[in-house]
Design a protein around this ligand. Structure first.
Ligand code: HAM
Length: 424
């Protein structure tokens, strides 16, 4: 029997899950501040949710996990969150009651990519989608939220890179300019890019093979092809970002790797040694036709997603103090079977009083139990000594100050709650 994990996947071990929970709780706090509500969609969808006619991105054409179920339905493990959220938005007609919906999600996604540090085949994203409104102030809000989240996580040296692809009309003109630019280089481009010249020349700009090709480096940028509406829209986004005090830099070559974007696109980049391409913590942008492509009305959306593993890696590097989590409140040390009953009752009383508490169930020696208590970073240790117990007392030791006191059994909870350092 195989007992190793699938290539490109990883386990979150019990001593690591606290970090995930802390990150998730910071994220949820920020989402609440901005009025976003959580949505949970299935990890599998009918393949056409992702395999849409005009999506030629690598993610869709080369990286999805597609399979047939036992009734020969074509299904796909979601490679990202946006399309599933839109599918649900349309299916549940969430546009009927509310003119705008602000949705966020946290969950696993699957891409058949070459695994490396910060890049996995199963990875977690936190993402959000603001649906139903086309307003540059909303674009700015989504970017501001991303910026605030990064600041709240204590990540420094993070850049917001910003660009606009313009509306449909601007994109068509820009694509023509790209075709004319790449045509003379056709033979020297990779096989895929030769096809992309006709089908979707924008995708040449983020081709992994041709990224250093002189034609890619010298290619025209979308900003020069924005029509007046798109230009003015982008200027307003910038104005609102300035008003919010968000620091960003314009990135004329940023096009993003997915095909549904128009107008605003952006990425959040860290600057951590050794991260390489994985320095991109998150990215997003506006989309104009995705809702319609998935069977809904002609409504726009804008969103962003962050890789949770990358956020955790960045926090590890730059702000590990964020994880200084609430340790266990109390560890109960017991001696022999005689006091087992009392320990079990005490543990239960502590937990009922909302104090986190634990003890050892492997018959360890006193020393062994003490070691374990320290490993769990228990704030207090309660020692059930025979003599004291018979007189109605237990010893409570504060592991930080090393101060130890005898406390009446009936006062244990009130004593602990009165101590500094016990958070409830
Ligand atoms: P994306 O740029 O494909 O955008 O992914 C967003 C983030 O997910 C990346 O910046 C990266 O941090 C993380 N990520 C992507 N692939 C992997 C991987 N294989 N391993 C680890 N982390 C990864 C989207 O997915 C869009 N749905 C974002 C969006 C939402 N646009 C509009 N709304």
């Amino acid at each position: 029997m195989k007992s190793n994990r699938v290539k490109g996947t990883y386990d979150v071990l019990p001593n690591e899950s606290g970090k995930w929970q802390k990150l998730e709780s910071e994220i949820k706090d920020v989402m609440k501040l901005y009025g976003f509500h959580e949505m949970r969609t299935p990890i599998m969808e009918y393949s056409e949710v992702f395999h849409r006619e005009n999506d030629l991105s690598d993610m869709v054409t080369k990286e999805t996990y597609d399979f047939l179920d036992r009734s020969d339905r074509k299904l796909t493990l979601r490679p990202e969150g946006t399309a599933g959220v839109i599918r649900s938005y349309v299916e549940n007609k969430l546009y009927v009651d509310m003119s705008q919906q602000k949705i966020y999600y946290i969950g696993p996604n699957f891409r058949y990519e070459r695994p490396q540090k910060g890049r996995y085949r199963q990875f977690y994203q936190v993402g959000l989608e603001a649906l139903g409104s086309m307003d540059p102030a909303l674009d700015a809000e989504v970017i501001t939220l991303s910026y605030d989240l990064i600041k709240r996580l204590g990540l420094k040296g993070v850049k917001v890179r910003l660009n606009s692809l313009g509306d449909h009309e601007s994109r068509v003109i820009y694509q023509e300019a790209l075709r004319a630019h790449f045509e003379p280089y056709k033979e020297t481009l990779c096989q895929d890019c030769q096809i992309r010249i006709d089908k979707n020349p924008l995708r040449i700009l983020d081709c992994k093979i041709d990224q250093k090709h002189e034609a890619v480096i010298s290619a025209p940028t979308p900003i020069d092809y924005l029509n007046s509406f798109s230009k003015s829209y982008f200027e307003q986004v910038i104005r609102y970002l300035d008003a919010a005090g968000v620091k960003y830099e314009l990135a004329p070559r940023l096009v993003r790797g997915l095909d549904y974007y128009s107008h605003t696109v952006f990425e959040i980049e860290a600057n951590i040694n050794g991260f390489g391409a994985q320095n991109v913590l998150g990215g997003g942008g506006r989309y104009q036709s995705l809702i319609q492509e998935l069977g809904g009305p002609d409504l726009p959306g804008i969103g962003v997603a962050f890789g949770m593993e990358r956020l955790l890696m960045a926090i590890d590097e730059e702000n590990p103090g964020l994880y200084d989590s609430k340790a266990l409140d109390v560890y109960v040390l017991t001696f022999g079977e005689d006091f087992k009953k009392e320990s079990v009752k005490l543990l239960h009383d502590l937990r009922l009083a909302s104090l986190s508490a634990d003890m050892n169930y492997t018959n360890k020696s006193f020393k062994g139990q003490l070691k374990e208590a320290l490993k769990y970073q228990a704030k207090f240790i309660i020692i059930l000594g025979e003599d004291e117990y018979k007189q109605g007392f237990v010893a409570i030791k504060n592991t930080k100050t090393e101060n130890q006191e005898n406390v009446k059994i009936e006062n244990i909870v009130s004593y602990l709650k009165a101590q500094n350092g016990v958070e409830l």
